[in-house]
Design a protein around this ligand. Structure first.
Ligand SMILES: O=C(O)CCC(=O)C(=O)O
Ligand SMILES: [Fe+2]
Length: 243
């Protein structure tokens, strides 16, 4: 996504232009998939520049205070910043069919409607009213413990994170890490190399894995390894709202 014409594409056009069959296959296989250069460097920088603007956020979390790791993050408030709202609205319809197939394979009854606003109405009706998209900020020594972003009964099983900083130039260390816990087996780790503007789409919690006798469930967790130097910002897009 380097030409001027591509840079001016809307988020919805970018989402639409992706090869969803391949993305789905990789997500099914590994529990995560990288989308290279989803945001432009300018869009990344604009998001980082707004980190200090407290009026667009509903809260700030110092991770160390909760045992979540070291670093901080801020949850956006409604109305969401335009680009954040667009990311949630534009990616959800492509991910909902994949999420429905996961639930079908796992024997989970929940199905996801085709539009994000319908799913959000379900969250709101259950009292999950608070927006979950966030920006995370890490500095040298900071890290994010392996976790799952669950915020209530209603969970959309796939989420997205976008690296806003430039590895090598802005920071070192700070790799995105996922672990996969299979029943009665040891965990497998996956380190996902990301560049500035790349998105990673990944499983929030459980996902189905094809076994010898049908599907079984594996539990996924994600986190970030310790930053060795510099500062690293990420935008997180979680599709369910929080209690
Ligand atoms: O900083 C990262 O790469 C991970 C952020 C994260 O935990 C999330 O977006 O849910
Ligand atoms: Fe997370």
């Amino acid at each position: 996504m380097n030409t001027a014409a591509e840079r001016s594409k809307t988020i919805a056009q970018r989402a639409h232009a992706l090869h969803w069959q391949e993305i789905g296959a990789e997500l099914n296989h590994y529990g995560c998939v990288r989308l290279p250069a989803l945001l432009t460097p300018q869009e990344c920088d604009a998001l980082i520049a707004r980190y200090a603007r407290d009026e667009i956020y509903r809260s700030r979390v110092v991770m160390e205070r909760h045992g979540f790791g070291q670093g901080e993050y801020k949850y956006f408030n409604y109305p969401l910043l335009e680009i954040i709202g667009e990311l949630r609205n534009a990616f959800y319809p492509h991910l909902a069919p994949l999420a429905n197939r996961w639930n079908e394979a796992m024997g989970t009854e929940v199905r996801y409607p085709s539009a994000h606003e319908q799913f959000i109405a379900r969250c709101h009706a259950a009292g999950q009213l608070r927006p979950t998209p966030l920006i995370l900020k890490y500095q040298a020594g900071d890290y994010n413990c392996l976790h799952q972003d669950l915020y209530g009964e209603h969970v959309f099983p796939i989420q997205m994170a976008i690296l806003l900083s430039d590895p090598g130039r802005d920071f070192s260390g700070g790799e995105f890490v996922m672990t996969e816990q299979r029943p009665r087996m040891q965990s497998r780790a996956e380190v996902v190399p990301l560049r500035k503007g790349d998105a990673i789409v990944f499983a929030v919690n459980e996902r189905p894995m094809q076994g010898m006798r049908g599907f079984y469930r594996v539990k996924m967790r994600h986190g970030v390894s310790r930053l060795r130097s510099g500062s690293r910002y990420t935008a997180g897009i979680i599709f369910h709202d929080a209690l």
